[in-house]
Design a protein around this ligand. Structure first.
Ligand code: GTP
Ligand code: MG
Length: 219
C-alpha cells in the first residue's frame, strides 16, 4: 500500500462525530501502552501523527486517521489502565463495545498484544468477546524488536496458545521501532477493506486491454 496522504480527522466522543463517508475502518484495540498509536505511525511512515506517550491511558477518544481516500485507522482507547476509576472504565467499555458491535464501516479489528509477555486476562477477554461476536480480527504482537530473533517463535506460540487461536488464523509479529511486519499487515488490511480486490480487478482489466489479440482487429 502506498500511503500518499495521511491525516488526523477527529477525536470522536460519540457516534454523532463518526465520519459519514462510509470508508472502511480498521480499529486498533489493546491494552494501554501496547503500541497502538505507534503502530499507526509506522504503517503510515509518520513520526508522530498518532500521538504516543510513555504515560499509559492517554488516548481516551476514538481517534480517526484517514489514509489516502481509502480507509480510516481508528485508534481506540486502551483498556486495562488501573488508574482510571471503575465508573469511567465502565463508561468507556460501553462506548467501545457499542462502536465495535454497531459500526457498519468497521472491516477489521487489530488486537494488539505485547509479544514479550503472555496475553493478559484483559487481552483474553477482548479476544473472546470479538470472536464471540464474529467481529473480523487480526492479532498483532508488538514490540518484537525487544526480543532476539531466536526468541520470536517461542513467544508467538505462547500468544497463540494463551488466546486459543485457531491454526490458520494469522498472528503478525510487529515492531514499530524496526518496521517488522509492516508489509504483511498492509496486505491483510488491504484484503479486509476490499482494496486488494479493487487493485487486482483494475490490473486484470488493464492486462486484458493490453492483451487485445491482433485477431480482434477488423479485417
Ligand atoms: P494508549 O494510547 O495509552 O492506549 O497507548 P498506545 O497503545 O497507543 O501505546 P503507544 O503507541 O503510545 O506506545 C507506548 C510506548 O511503547 C511508547 O513509549 C512507544 O515508544 C513504545 N512502543 C510502542 N511500540 C513499540 C515497538 O514496537 N517497539 C518498542 N521498542 N517500543 C514500542
Ligand atoms: Mg495511543
Amino acid at each position: 500500500m502506498k500511503v500518499n496522504q495521511a491525516e488526523f480527522v477527529i477525536s470522536a466522543v460519540g457516534p454523532g462525530q463518526y465520519p459519514q463517508d462510509a470508508l472502511p475502518e480498521i480499529a486498533l484495540a489493546g491494552r494501554s501502552n501496547v503500541g497502538k498509536s505507534s503502530l499507526i505511525n509506522r504503517m503510515i511512515a509518520r513520526k508522530n501523527l498518532a500521538r504516543t506517550s510513555s504515560q499509559p491511558g492517554k488516548t481516551q477518544t476514538l481517534n480517526y486517521y484517514r489514509i489516502n481516500a481509502d480507509l480510516y485507522f481508528v485508534d481506540l482507547p486502551g483498556y486495562g489502565y488501573a488508574k482510571v476509576s471503575k465508573s469511567e472504565r465502565e463508561r468507556w467499555g460501553k462506548f467501545i463495545e457499542s462502536y465495535l458491535l454497531n459500526r457498519e464501516p468497521l472491516h477489521l479489528v487489530l488486537l494488539l498484544v505485547d509479544l514479550r509477555h503472555p496475553p493478559t486476562k484483559d487481552d483474553q477477554a477482548m479476544y473472546d468477546w470479538l470472536a464471540h461476536h464474529d467481529i473480523p480480527l487480526c492479532v498483532v504482537a508488538t514490540k518484537a524488536d525487544k526480543l532476539s530473533r531466536s526468541q520470536l517463535p517461542k513467544h508467538a506460540k505462547i500468544v497463540r496458545e494463551t488466546l486459543g487461536m485457531p491454526k490458520g488464523q494469522p498472528l503478525i509479529l510487529f515492531s514499530s521501532e524496526a518496521g517488522l511486519g509492516k508489509e504483511e499487515l498492509w496486505a491483510l488490511i488491504e484484503q479486509a477493506s476490499g482494496l486488494a480486490q479493487a487493485d487486482t480487478a483494475e490490473e486484470e482489466t488493464a492486462a486484458a486491454a493490453a492483451e487485445e489479440p491482433a485477431s480482434r482487429e477488423p479485417s
